[in-house]
Ligand binder design. Sequence first.
Ligand code: NAG
Ligand code: NAG
Length: 389
Amino acid sequence: MHLPSNLPLIILILFFGYLFKETLSQSLQNDDLIFPQMYNEVATEIETTQSSEQIKTLQSSIDTLNNIILETRADRASLNEIKNQMVEWHNIIVSIELKNLEADNRLKTQLDLGDIWRSYNERIAKNEADLEKLRQENEILQRQARNDAIMIIELNEKLETQTLLSSECLKWFQQSGAQPSGCLLVGQKTAILTIQIPGIQDPFSVLCDADVKGPGWTVIQRRLDGSVDFYRNLSDYRMGFGDLNGEFFIGLDKLHQLTMFQQHELLVRLQFFNGSTQFASYDNFIVGGEQQDFALLSIGEFSGSAANGLLWNLNRKYTTRDSDKDQIINRNCAEDCHGAWWYSFCGDTNLNGKYYNEMISRREDSIMWAKSHNIKVVDMLIRPKLNRS
Ligand SMILES: *[C@@H]1O[C@H](CO)[C@@H](O)[C@H](O)[C@H]1NC(C)=O
Ligand SMILES: *[C@@H]1O[C@H](CO)[C@@H](O)[C@H](O)[C@H]1NC(C)=O
């Protein structure tokens, strides 16, 4: 076998080729580039090259390869640079993103703060509106209070004048030896007053009331506690009986004289054992004289919270235990009802009936007003009708 003369060179080239292959494969191991393929081609060429021409070509190829390797190295360097650059950019991007995130959070916080601020402002506005409303209401109340105070002062002045007038009048009456004719003179007082009226010979005492419903009322009957017996004869009922500081009846003669010649209102106040109070008012109360058997000649118009208890008594004569003038023959309502009244039929209204100091089931002889019983206190009051226009 003839060995080629340039065998050592070929071996050298193959050695370098191998060396280069190793280096290249090592350096390109991780890079997905075209060099492995080129290397394979060159290596194949080297293996099959037999001539110096070819070796020259190979040498130039190696040069080229070297250049490529150098370039590649340069590329790798620049790649690394790019990589580094990219890493740097990535870091910059990340830091920018971080900053953005931070800014977002700050923005969100600011938005949240904005919401809080807005609702806070709304609340303040609402509070201010409420305050303004309260201030206005307060002003109105203060104005009212001022007006009330002025009115009270004016009323007090009027009252003083009136009281002065009435006390002057009373003084005048006392000095002149004459008597006042009714409770209107007493003014704002509840007191016992001596009066004198036409038709009644002697002056007599009456209870004037300013507590039940304004001044000027004369109390004509009162039941309080059962301490006075109301089951009496006509003579007693004509004259009147009882105690002005307790229970009493004024008397039919006086009632006739008081109501016959001047229009009078009648006020009935009922206080029940259950604590409730009711009123019955009549605007023209007239009691007839002896010739008319003290009949209830008029009651006028009724008003009030109680029932119209005198409805069935109008035009009825006065019946006592010894003077039966009621509508029932062979029966005396005064006896059945243990009282005295303008009875029509028994068992309706009976303010002079028997006093029961407790709640009772309905009894015909008890104090009654239009069938309502359990009456604890009752007052009958009259006052000259004042013409208000
Ligand atoms: C009426 O009753 C009284 C006692 O309350 C008595 O003093 C008087 O005599 C009686 N009058 C008549 C007419 O019965
Ligand atoms: C009290 O009794 C009277 C008479 O029976 C009745 O009209 C009134 O409604 C009662 N009031 C109460 C609060 O029970």
